[in-house]
Design a protein around this ligand. Sequence first.
Ligand code: GLU
Length: 289
Amino acid sequence: MIVTRFAPSPTGRLHRGHALSALTGWRLAQAQGGRFCVRIEDIDIARCRPEHEAAIFADLAWLGIGWETPVMRQSERGPAYAAALATLQALGVVYPCRCSRADIAAAATAPHGPAGPVYPGTCRRTPVTEAAGVAWRIDVAAALARTGPLDWHDAAAGPVAADPAILGDFVVARRDLGVAYALAVVVDDAAQGVTDVVRGADLFDATHGQRLLQALLGLPVPRYHHHPLLVGADGKRLAKRDGAETLASLRAGGMTAARLIAEIDAEALRHRGADLPWPRPHTGTMLAP
Ligand code: GLU
């Protein structure tokens, strides 16, 4: 049975791009008699607000989307994340790291990946002995040596060879939270039985790292549907932090759900035009179909 999910972080109000993700996942499940789950991604609890969470549910209901209850929330999943980290530690594919962002930015050798400078491997080369107050990073080369080549399937891009090395030795557990997005998301997708992940193309590259973690943890691999990022009137992608027009503000301004859905569908179709491949990954090798 198909199981899709919408996994917002309650750090701001939802915008049209979120509506596209949620609608696409919900429709996919509906069309095949499957399940649609919501997961509140609130591990970074200091940045999350209860009013944003309440607004997420109000927005989904307004769009006519129904979801399974109880809703999973990451703030309640600490033991599952700790167990996954312990598995990675037992495999010897993670190492403690005490570098700050400033240390990493200052490292002259830091190569650049899709999301900025990649970790130069300082604490891999000079192991950290204290176990408290450290982050944990995956040793991507050691992990790949264990798993061998991996791939994953994207509905639009087709088969993709996983290339987690573009991310560098990414963080699987933040020092302040004990877990990081990449680890939480694969543990939770598996726990919710998610077969199809629908999300924006901004997370296309993160999938390379998530695929590696799935292989190491023996988790099932969902199919991925990365959709285009909607752009605002200024041509820039919508983002919560830029105060992109929210669903709530559109609603307050008299927009109906039916009209918004029609607009989003039309916009998503335009992105599939020949001049704008859909989605457009930054990196990663496409396998021949
Ligand atoms: N929580 C992430 C966000 O709000 C989405 C994670 C995902 O869909 O994998 O951007």
